[in-house]
Design a protein around this ligand. Structure first.
Ligand code: B12
Length: 266
């Protein structure tokens, strides 16, 4: 998909122009429509299971569908990789994505905006909620060591980070956010089994709405590899970040929103 990069200093609400293209997948030769997909069936590995995998792929629009890998996964389960042709086209001009609508700032610029606008440190409280113990993602954003060559928010002199770690209950998160005077609450959800990430996020956002008057509620930001970034409204949060997010993007977003709130209040 070809998406033009946003300008360095986009206007508030401005939508970058997107170049539209009609594309189909590429396997052996350009535009041949070849794709590969993997899944597990609750069947022991035998010829019938392989036939069932091919039939499923056929029903999903893959024709021909070739089972290229099959591996037993414990008793009564088989993992498959199927390779084949799909005939669908994608028009990139109809693709909906959340574009970055704020400028990317350096840590120095972020610190400066906070100093000038807020005149105190920006307080960020973060953690993994529910039973989720996958802290590597939230640590990548918050800890000084950071991610992808960027330092985490702890590195920013004007940001106070309170990292609560794993398995934080929603009431504890709300209580700590209130005690710290949080400007933003950053929540990570990595486990998506039975939609736990969606249920936990909705519970969290509802609890913050209950605990705070609307104008004093901290910014609610949720992140994790399997979130759909277009779901912020549905989940009751201000922003959703997904795979590959860097600390600089988050810091830039926070000061952008903080500056907008500050301007609206004065
Ligand atoms: C490391 C790991 C573990 C470690 C976690 C250690 C730790 N301290 O975090 C341990 C061994 C404890 C573990 C346990 C389990 N795990 Co595990 N784990 C992983 C693994 C291999 C890597 C995750 C990771 O660290 N990624 C690296 C980070 C940097 O990436 P990230 O989380 O996506 O974060 C980035 C973005 O998403 C974003 N982001 C994330 N959070 C946030 C938050 C905010 C606010 C923002 C802005 C951005 C942001 O920014 C980050 C940087 O770009 C994944 C598989 C995989 N390859 O992804 C499985 C995986 C996540 N685990 C899985 C499972 C099932 C489990 C267990 C249930 C296994 C079991 N049966 O016991 C337990 C659950 C424990 C629990 N209570 O949560 C499944 C989840 C499946 C699902 N759909 O839910 C996965 C996908 C493996 C799999 N394929 O089955 N796991």
């Amino acid at each position: 998909m070809t998406v033009t990069e946003p300008a360095a200093q986009p206007q508030e609400g401005a939508q970058p122009q997107r170049e539209g293209r009609i594309v189909r997948p590429y396997g052996d030769t350009t535009g041949d429509g070849m794709v590969q997909m993997s899944f597990t069936l609750p069947l022991p590995h035998d010829k019938v299971a392989e036939g069932a995998a091919a039939q499923l792929a056929n029903k999903m629009g893959m024709d021909p569908a070739l089972v290229v890998h099959a591996k037993p996964m414990g008793d009564g389960y088989t993992f498959f990789v199927v390779y084949g042709r799909v005939h669908h086209l994608v028009d990139t001009s109809t693709v909906e994505v959340v574009e970055r609508d704020y400028p990317l700032l350096t840590p120095k610029e972020v610190n400066l905006v906070i100093r000038e606008r807020l005149r105190r440190r920006l307080v960020v409280v973060g953690g993994c909620i529910g039973t989720d113990a996958h802290t590597v993602g939230i640590d990548a954003i918050l800890n000084i060591k950071g991610f992808a060559g960027e330092k985490g928010l702890e590195y920013y002199r004007e940001v106070k980070v309170v990292n609560l770690g794993a398995q934080v209950s929603v009431p504890d998160l709300v209580e700590r956010a209130q005690a710290e005077g949080a400007d933003a609450v950053l929540v990570s959800q990595v486990v998506t089994q039975r939609d736990a990430h969606l249920l936990n996020t909705r519970e969290m956002s509802a609890a913050f709405r209950e605990a705070y008057p609307a104008e004093r509620r901290p910014l609610l930001v949720v992140g994790g590899p399997r979130f759909d970034e277009t779901m912020a409204g549905e989940l009751g949060v201000d922003r959703v970040f997904s795979r590959g997010t860097t600390p600089g993007e988050v810091a830039s977003y926070l000061v952008h929103r903080m500056a907008a709130r500050h301007a609206a209040a004065s």
